[in-house]
Design a protein around this ligand. Structure first.
Ligand code: GLN
Ligand code: ZN
Length: 756
């Protein structure tokens, strides 16, 4: 059986692309040097796929920042303000991705959003009324030529027109439908040129098809594809979906004149049924996504091979595929030197998944596969007891009462009390937690981890940083201070390290956005807290100031969502276990004099099911109460904050309010402020700090810009409910821009206070 990969991680086994790109940003290397690194990486990755025996190898899955942005660029969907910079193509592209501030121009980045239910982010393409849509094949075809030189007839991967249009936004007077013809024409040019070059297959990614598809959506999708396929020539088109099943359009898809259809059998809970009930056309190939592109556990061969033999028995021409791009799993287990094979034997990262694909492809063709050593070895693994259970945890979870989820007295009473006790001015200013993680901060942590410095040295360094940070915040004039999170590598990994039941990796990085990668820990077993985690740092920081020092925790849903989850128990069980562990930490902070505690739920929205009908029953019904379980034990005058890295919670505002936090800060600077209307309409009770500037860009916002943002907010929010803060943590920023930005923020808050 042939095998296919939807996409492969591009940052490199050791994040080579990240480091080189960042050097380019800092003007330490030339574009040519950057391009060479990129080329080397592509070559290496194709080599891996080829050696592993993968048949359908992707190209153009490489990106300097984001694949959807690449698509926008290739289609000419480049807003005028970026063209006006008259920069090189690469710099124009980077300006769209991350903004540009220099003598030659000052433009903000395009909006950035979470990619479906993952922690990857895409850049939102922006259609202007006079968008000059035209296909530019320079990237996709040169990458294809590169692969060809290595003896690979690669499959260019491109966001499909339906998904592209769905995810884009319009900024002028035209509606999205008005761009359909021009888009289809551009995609047609792509197919025709691909055909001319002798490209065999093209993969159009259409993950939007796994969402709820309305009648209008469906009509638009069909119109696009019918026209596009009519003119495609002899190039074969693979319509690739992932992250769910295509229940709304299965019949439409199978009736289209495409050559292959990629379906996700892992997250697509109805995929197998859809195929069984409706059949699959004999003239097309089914790319069956059975190797999980999102999780790191080994594939269960028995289950996969059963599905494959079912498809075979039904006479379906099948290619074995990943369930989505392997972008969402780490590169390879080969660099994990510290984890014992007792653990790693259960895992498969991207490179190891290639081997699984190849093995499974071979076994699927073999009648007597059960007798093969590969099969037997895999079977034994799934039958063995992993020894990951903890009876004390199970017992504690069983004893939770309904009242443990509810905080008293009610919020309005608490908010009034907190105003008195915490002596905060109108429009209190604060930050989201982390301060710049400079080279020195990272080096100190690395040295400590390697045992090169003593624990005392490590702590002393961080305490000095905290003291510096507190002093800086006092000088700047912020109201609620933070300790800076210098001890943290990552907001989830840091907590994972202090929780029983968690495993960590050394190099298992996954791209989050642009050059930013995260290293999600692995939930191996039942979770509990070993010791207090953050208390000593927060207490030290509080000892240096009379301002309230915000304790800083990560919430249970985020810890869970940003970890690789178990596949042997339900998500809600793990989340409840983590909630109890964080609850212990909250109570310890309070006991030690911390009066404001922020519990970040940066990833709460991320795993919201892609279909609305599943939102409550499959997610919110347990995710929201878990947050309540974390903070319900604190006193009325302890102020609980939460933070979310996005503002797209318009549709779940009541659920967010039910988390019962006293304050929420969230991203608002890179999206429009429509959320504020919705908060008002829903009588949102939680106090709010919609971020007043974008921390994902090094740009320093002016005082006037922040004042303007606050004015807009004050049209919609009661003055006594509004907080002033950046839109996320500052750890990726430099020190000088951070100071300048925060000074402007405080000055803006003062101006607004005087006006009120
Ligand atoms: N407290 C975290 C920080 O400031 C929050 C990060 C996040 O929301 N992603 O870094
Ligand atoms: Zn954030």
């Amino acid at each position: 059986m042939k095998t296919s990969v939807i996409g492969f991680p591009r940052v490199g086994a050791l994040r080579e692309l990240k480091f080189t790109t960042e050097k380019y940003f800092k003007k330490q290397i030339t574009e040519e040097e950057l391009q060479n690194t990129a080329k080397d990486l592509r070559k290496k990755h194709w080599g891996l796929l080829k050696t592993a025996g993968i048949d359908s190898i992707p190209c153009n899955d490489f990106s300097f920042y984001d694949g959807l942005l690449d698509t926008a660029y290739a289609l000419g969907v480049i807003p005028k303000r970026y063209r006006a910079l008259q920069a090189s193509p690469l710099d124009t592209y980077f300006a769209m991705a991350r903004g540009h501030q220099a003598a030659d121009g000052d433009v903000k980045a395009l909006a950035m959003k979470k990619w479906f239910n993952t922690n990857y982010h895409y850049i939102v393409p922006e259609f202007e009324d006079d968008a000059r849509i035209a296909f530019d094949g320079s990237k996709v075809f040169s990458e294809w030529e590169e692969a060809k030189a290595l003896g690979i007839n690669a499959k260019p991967v491109f966001a499909g027109p339906y998904t592209f249009l769905k995810l884009a936004r319009t900024v002028g007077n035209r509606d999205k439908a008005s761009y359909v013809d021009e888009l289809v024409a551009a995609y047609s040019t792509f197919l025709q040129e691909a055909d001319k070059r002798g490209i065999d297959w093209v993969q159009f990614d259409e993950p939007c098809l796994v969402q709820d598809v309305t009648e209008a959506d469906r009509a638009c999708f069909l119109q696009m594809y019918k026209e596009l396929l009519f003119r495609k020539g002899s190039v074969k088109v693979l319509l690739q979906t992932y992250f769910g099943d295509v229940r709304d359009v299965y019949k439409d898809l199978t009736a289209l004149d495409v050559d292959g259809i990629g379906l996700d059998f892992i997250e697509g809970v109805q995929t197998a049924d859809l195929v069984a009930k409706n059949g699959f056309p004999a003239d097309k190939i089914l790319f069956a996504g059975l190797v999980n592109g999102k999780n790191i556990w080994k594939n269960h061969y028995e289950k996969t091979l059963k599905t494959l033999s079912g498809l075979k028995a039904a006479g379906i021409n099948t290619v074995l595929s990943t369930s989505c791009s392997l972008l969402h799993v780490p590169f390879t287990l080969a660099n994990e030197t510290k984890l014992s094979t007792d653990y790693t034997k259960y895992f498969a990262f991207a490179v190891e998944k290639l081997k699984e694909l190849h093995e499974l492809g071979g076994l699927a063709d073999w009648k007597d596969y059960e007798s093969s050593p590969e099969y037997q070895e895999n079977k034994a693994l799934f039958e063995a007891d992993r020894k990951c259970r903890n009876p004390a945890v199970t017992e504690r979870v069983a004893k939770i009462r309904k009242s443990d989820y509810e905080r008293l007295p009610k919020r309005t009473e608490r908010q009034a009390l907190q105003k008195k006790e915490l002596h905060l001015p109108l429009f209190p200013t604060t930050t989201i937690g982390s301060f710049p993680q400079t080279k020195e901060v990272k080096a100190n942590r690395a040295a400590w981890k390697k045992g090169e410095i003593t624990n005392e040295q490590y702590v002393k360094f961080n305490q000095d940083k905290i003291a510096e940070c507190v002093k800086l915040q006092e000088e700047i004039g912020l109201d609620v201070l933070v300790h800076g999170e210098y001890e943290r590598n990552d907001m989830v990994e840091y907590f994972g390290e202090s929780l029983d039941g968690y495993l960590f990796t050394e190099k298992a990085w996954v791209q989050s956005y642009g050059t930013r990668c995260v290293k999600p820990p692995i939930i191996w077993g039942d979770v509990s807290r070993k010791n207090p985690i953050t208390v000593s740092w927060s207490v030290y920081a509080q000892s240096l100031t009379d301002h309230p020092m915000k304790g800083m925790l990560t919430g249970p849903v985020t810890i869970f969502n940003w970890s690789f989850p178990r596949e042997d128990i339900a998500p809600e069980t793990s989340v409840t276990q983590i909630a109890l562990a964080i609850r212990d930490e909250v109570l310890d902070l309070e006991k030690n004099g911390i009066r404001v505690i922020q519990i970040d739920e940066a990833a709460l929205r991320e795993k919201l099911p892609l279909r609305k009908s599943d939102w409550n029953s499959k997610y919110l019904d347990w995710a929201i109460p878990a947050f309540g379980l974390v903070h319900s034990g604190v006193k009325a005058d302890t102020q609980i904050h939460t933070h979310m890295c996005y503002s797209e919670f318009t549709d779940i505002i009541p659920a967010i309010d039910q988390m019962d936090a006293d304050v929420i800060t969230f991203e608002a600077s890179r999206s429009d402020l429509l959320i504020l209307d919705a908060l008002r309409e829903n009588h949102f009770e939680t106090e709010v700090g919609p971020g007043v500037y974008d921390i994902h860009s090094p740009r320093v916002p002016s005082v006037q810009e922040i004042v303007d943002a606050l004015h807009k907010m004050l049209h919609k929010i009661e003055p006594d409910k509004l907080w002033v803060n950046p839109d996320c943590g500052l750890k990726t920023r430099g020190e000088s821009e951070t100071k300048a930005s925060l000074q402007n923020l405080v000055q803006a808050a003062q101006i607004i206070r005087e006006e009120n």
